[in-house]
Design a protein around this ligand. Structure first.
Ligand SMILES: C[S@@+](CC[C@H](N)C(=O)[O-])C[C@H]1O[C@@H](n2cnc3c(N)ncnc32)[C@H](O)[C@@H]1O
Length: 328
């Protein structure tokens, strides 16, 4: 496999040098300031980067200290170095999952970045027509947090075709954080999460939650279209097939450039020509991926057609395998 210029490989091996950088002046080893030594900061940031792709650089040390402090309190621990030893050790598997929950940023919302759902409304009729004529249609909310993105996708499509559940059209919604997947599966949200005036496509799928505590539940037709699963996007994906539409928004913003590139390359390998990729408002497509993704809207990309023999060929392999996903 020959790598095109500028193409690099996904792996844990390219841990950025920034992770070994000393914390900025004034935020160093002074236990009174934060209690997390430079060495433990580097060790835990490397572990987080290796496990999640999330980059925690020196300026974010105080954020890390605050999130780790909560973990220490809940474990009844007082010493950061004991905690770091725990998560580095074999006995720390459960705590590593809790650490992922603690450090991920799960901010989301129904119909967040509404232009993407208007774009989905435009794409919807063709997807629905294909499903109605017996075709398989798959959408993926990758890094779905508590599910609002996937529910918004489902509500948009159901407003085009209320009978969708009868066809082979499904939404996969995944996140690395087990806690958010649990919330998404329950489909019950505080009123503030819904907002005062939910869009009409959504409001018809909302009802009072079962506990009678003022919380709101999303109704069954929305849930029926979605499968929520825990998944680390950097790990091998335990499913086959292609995705016509991928939403991966506000996820890679926390990754380093190579991890981001590798993930988008894997998406490209899983999308048919004409498929759609939506990324977050502050994310920008890597120019090395221009042969695969054509910008067609605000942070919206279409999977390009490649002329046989003239462009890069994609073949997905396991991330971090050292074999890469790209290339001719
Ligand atoms: C800010 S939320 C974005 C939610 C939604 N996509 C949106 O834009 O509203 C980012 C989500 O990405 C998830 N995430 C971070 N790293 C991940 C990884 N390596 N694999 C899967 N999910 C990840 C986090 O757990 C978090 O729920």
């Amino acid at each position: 496999m020959v790598m095109p210029p500028g193409c690099s490989l996904a792996s844990d091996q390219h841990l950025p040098a920034r992770l070994s950088a000393r914390p900025e002046p004034g935020r160093g080893d002074d236990p009174a300031s934060n209690g997390l030594s430079d060495a433990d900061f580097v060790a835990v940031s490397r572990l987080i980067h290796r496990d999640t792709g999330i980059l925690i650089t020196a300026p974010k040390k105080s954020m890390l200290v605050s999130r780790l402090s909560r973990r220490l309190r809940s474990l009844g621990m007082t010493d950061f170095s004991d905690y770091v030893a725990l998560v580095q050790g074999e006995a720390g598997a459960n705590e590593r999952r809790a650490l992922v929950s603690a450090i991920t940023t799960n901010v989301t919302g129904f119909f967040r970045e509404p232009h993407h759902f208007r774009a989905l409304e435009d794409l919807g009729p063709a997807l629905v027509a294909r499903a109605r004529s017996g075709g398989r249609v798959r959408l993926w909310s990758a890094g779905c947090s508590t599910g609002q993105e996937a529910f918004s996708i489902a509500a948009t499509l159901l407003s085009i075709a209320p009978d969708l559940a009868r066809y082979d059209l499904r939404i996969l919604a995944t996140d690395i954080d087990p806690a958010v997947i649990e919330t998404a599966r329950a489909g019950i949200f505080d009123r503030q999460a819904i907002g005062d005036t939910p869009p009409p496509q959504l409001s018809r799928f909302l009802k009072d939650g079962p506990a009678g505590d003022g919380r709101i539940a999303v109704s069954q037709p929305l849930q029926d279209l979605i499968r929520f699963e825990e998944l680390n996007l950097l790990h091998p994906w335990p499913f086959q097939g292609q995705f016509d539409v991928i939403f991966c928004r506000n996820v890679v913003i926390y990754f380093d450039a190579e991890t981001r590139f590798d993930l988008w390359m894997r998406f490209a390998a899983r999308m048919p020509e004409g498929g759609s990729l939506f990324i977050g408002h502050s994310e920008r497509m890597d120019p090395r991926l221009d042969p695969f993704f054509l910008p067609v809207g605000i942070t919206q990309y279409e999977r390009s057609a490649l002329k046989a023999g003239s462009g890069p060929v994609l073949a997905e392999t396991a991330p971090g395998s050292g074999k890469g996903q790209a290339c001719r």
